[in-house]
Write a protein that binds this ligand. Structure first.
Ligand code: FES
Ligand SMILES: [Fe+2]
Length: 364
């Protein structure tokens, strides 16, 4: 039976999470960010690579981000121990001998598609080939904008929201929703590491906030096709074309309007979440860049999501223990929770004693 958590106490660890935008870390700043309940300090070494260290000195636990940079090292603000980019202590003021265990944890970090990715799981399992790609972030054909939201809710409530677009009709009625969204059933199929969700609309209308940049008049065929990867990554392809011109069969006329979207969440704590998103368009109108208009609506819509999810979290925390009741639109949510649970179960097992893969089928 699916539970709905107001407090997530176990995180999937063996995956690459987003830690921020790559340009948040310059040559000389120090950034503190809490991810999966752990405070981490980030900075850039002289060779440009990003260093990520446990933000708690091994001596008395002072936060290292409040200390000072010394070349590629960081000096603790309390009693001055110096840590190199690998987290090893290289100097203890007033003491000759430096024990091997004088160190803080260092995390593997890499930059890809303008995002910082961090591995907080078993170090030997970190494979950068498993990072979820957002290739269009660096493709000049796609003009994009980006934003960040901080949520007072566990990441699982945001996953629920992203996996069921029927809420667009009600939460986003003046921005990105249309009456057709709630009445259209999504097609859900398993893919490696996640789900593919397809929504197609025939002879529909363009979303309210996009009419001013429409490249055509009249009814539209629209699509929302996205891949969700456990535990919390979405790659979304969406767009509209004049109705009946073959978009749903793979033929895109020049007036077709296409968008791509990236939504990633990283748990901050058991009850709070970092949410980074970008939205991109590959067309412009005579008077404006499409993305400027569209992003305004997307940002307002995402604020609408935050508002409903944070009040949902408060409601769930009050009263008697809550048991959700599933409806037809919840098919993807149920499958996603099952997949996340499977990953957690696998991580809880010692290597060599993996459970048999759980059935991961579409039947509810
Ligand atoms: S707490 Fe860092 S040197 Fe003492
Ligand atoms: Fe939404």
């Amino acid at each position: 039976m699916m539970q709905i958590e107001t407090h997530v106490d176990r995180f999937v660890r063996n995956c690459w999470y987003v830690a921020g935008w790559a340009d948040e870390i310059s040559a000389d700043n120090v950034l503190e960010r809490t991810l999966l309940g752990e405070s981490i300090v980030f900075y850039r070494a002289a060779d440009g690579r990003i260093v990520a260290l446990e933000n708690r000195c091994c001596h008395r636990g002072a936060p290292l981000h409040a200390g000072r940079r010394e070349g590629d090292s960081l000096r603790c603000p309390y009693h001055g121990m110096l840590f190199n980019a690998e987290g090893q202590c290289t100097e203890i003021p007033g003491q000759e001998m430096i024990p091997q265990r004088a160190c803080v944890r260092s995390y593997q970090v890499t930059e890809r598609d303008e995002l910082i990715w961090i591995w907080m799981g078993e170090p030997a399992k970190a494979d950068p080939g498993r990072i979820i790609r957002f290739e269009w972030h660096t493709d000049p054909a796609w003009r994009k904008k980006r934003s960040y939201l901080h949520y007072h809710a566990p990441y699982t409530l945001i996953v629920d929201n992203l996996l069921d677009f029927s809420h667009l009709t009600y939460v986003h009625s003046t921005t990105i929703g249309t009456p057709s969204t709630a009445s259209t059933r999504a097609q859900v199929e398993p893919i490696e590491g996640g789900l593919k969700i397809t929504r197609r609309y025939y002879n529909d209308r363009i979303q309210a906030n996009r009419s001013s940049i429409a490249t055509f008049q009249g009814p539209a065929d629209r699509w929302q096709i996205y891949e969700w990867f456990a535990p919390s990554f979405v790659r979304l392809y969406t767009g509209s074309a004049p109705a009946g011109t073959g978009a749903h069969e793979g033929r895109l006329v020049p007036e077709a309007m296409q968008y791509r979207h990236c939504s990633v969440q990283t748990p901050e704590t058991s009850t709070s979440t970092h949410y980074w998103f970008t939205h991109a368009a590959n067309f412009k109108t005579e008077t404006s860049e499409a993305i400027d208009v569209v992003f305004d609506g997307v940002s307002r819509a995402f604020k609408e999501d935050k508002d409903i999810i944070e009040v949902q979290q408060k409601a769930l925390q009050s009263g008697r223990p809550f048991q959700p009741m599933n409806i037809a639109h919840d098919q993807a949510l149920v499958l996603a929770r099952r997949l996340i649970q499977r990953l957690l179960d696998e991580e809880a097992q010692p290597d060599g004693q993996k459970p048999a893969p759980a059935a991961f089928e579409l039947a509810q």
